[in-house]
Write a protein that binds this ligand. Structure first.
Ligand SMILES: Cc1cc2nc3c(=O)[nH]c(=O)nc-3n(C[C@H](O)[C@H](O)[C@H](O)COP(=O)(O)O)c2cc1C
Length: 304
């Protein structure tokens, strides 16, 4: 499994273009970084999302923009805009469990509407110049929803499907369901990527993940989210302190140069630390800093 594909999962509010670049330049070891989903809100594509997918902000970083859509029309608008930015690679989110998106029939809510998935499949076929992929959950309410969508998903022109084997209604409760993953593998014709609860990437953890019941040939790789935010050094032999120091320097410089006022700057910087695996005492002082002066004192240990 040496040629295992590794993706950095999209995490809205955390893995923005600056963070992805900082990780790529300071650590690497990842094949592709997915952007948090680009969405339509009050009839408009969010400007903030389009700044994050601006090719200039992602230059040199292997990036896959992700969209979330409730039907063929929304999907077409989002693809037109991203293709207008120059993208020839787009991921579709069918896994977001946030109630607002699910109620609007997006994310894992889309899995309850096979006819709309069909509209999206047709839109994909109209765009042969784009390499599409799908990131999905097992279903919103039950596994049968995802399995029912499988024939349409198999008809989509996809480079792969990333499956996070939880239901939308579970949000992040319970554990990623290995047996359900194996059942999907039997039904899917696309290469498959496993996502969910991967805490480290050793040959031992992979052998536990891909048990003999999994036909390894279908597995293209893994996608890692929260634990890569916690230990961004995970995929390298770099020293954790050095990784945090160098990534922080990039995120800090960008925040102080582009954001206004202590509270905006601190909110971006706090997101950098929130998931990081550092001693709780150090983290507490950082997260409690309400002024940049306090913050500088709190992160002074980086330069020791
Ligand atoms: C705060 C947060 C934001 C997320 N944002 C997105 C998103 O924009 N798009 C998406 O496909 N998944 C999103 N996810 C889901 C993750 O990409 C991933 O599928 C999930 O965390 C499970 O993987 P992990 O256990 O390796 O973290 C988000 C998860 C969290 C916790």
């Amino acid at each position: 499994m040496n040629d295992l594909y590794i993706a950095f999962a999209p995490l809205q509010g955390y893995t923005d273009a600056v963070y992805r670049r900082a990780h790529w330049e300071c650590v690497g070891g990842v094949d592709e970084y997915y952007t948090p989903f680009v969405r339509i809100e009050k009839g408009e594509i969010r400007k903030k999302d389009l700044r994050d997918t601006d090719p200039a902000a992602n230059e040199g970083v292997p990036t896959v923009p992700q969209v979330i859509a409730r039907d063929g029309d929304e999907f077409a608008r989002l693809c037109d805009t991203l293709q207008g930015q120059g993208w020839e690679r787009i991921d579709l989110n069918m896994g977001c469990p946030f109630p607002m998106q699910v109620k609007a029939g997006r994310g894992s809510g889309l899995l309850q509407h096979p006819e709309r998935i069909g509209e999206i499949q047709k839109e994909m076929l109209r765009r042969p110049e784009v390499a599409f992929s799908v990131k999905m959950r097992l279903g919103q309410e039950c596994e049968a929803e995802g399995l029912a969508a499988m024939p349409i998903i198999n008809e989509m022109p996809l480079v792969h499907v990333t499956l996070h084997p939880r239901l939308g209604k579970q949000q992040y409760k319970g554990i990623a369901n290995q047996e359900a993953f194996a059942r999907f593998m039997e039904n899917i014709t696309h290469p498959l990527i496993f996502n969910g609860d991967i805490q480290q990437l050793s040959s031992h953890s992979l052998s536990l993940l891909f048990t003999p019941s999994h036909s390894i040939e279908k597995i293209k790789g893994v996608m890692i989210g929260r634990w890569l935010l916690a230990r961004p050094w995970m995929l390298s032999d770099k020293e954790p302190h050095e990784v945090v120091r160098s990534m922080h320097a990039i995120v800090y410089r960008h925040a102080t140069e582009h954001l206004c006022g202590d509270s905006q700057i601190l909110s971006r910087l706090h997101a950098f630390w929130e998931y990081l695996d550092i001693p709780p005492k150090e983290k507490k002082v950082i997260m409690k800093a309400t002024t940049l002066r306090r913050y500088h004192e709190a992160v002074a240990f980086l330069n020791r």
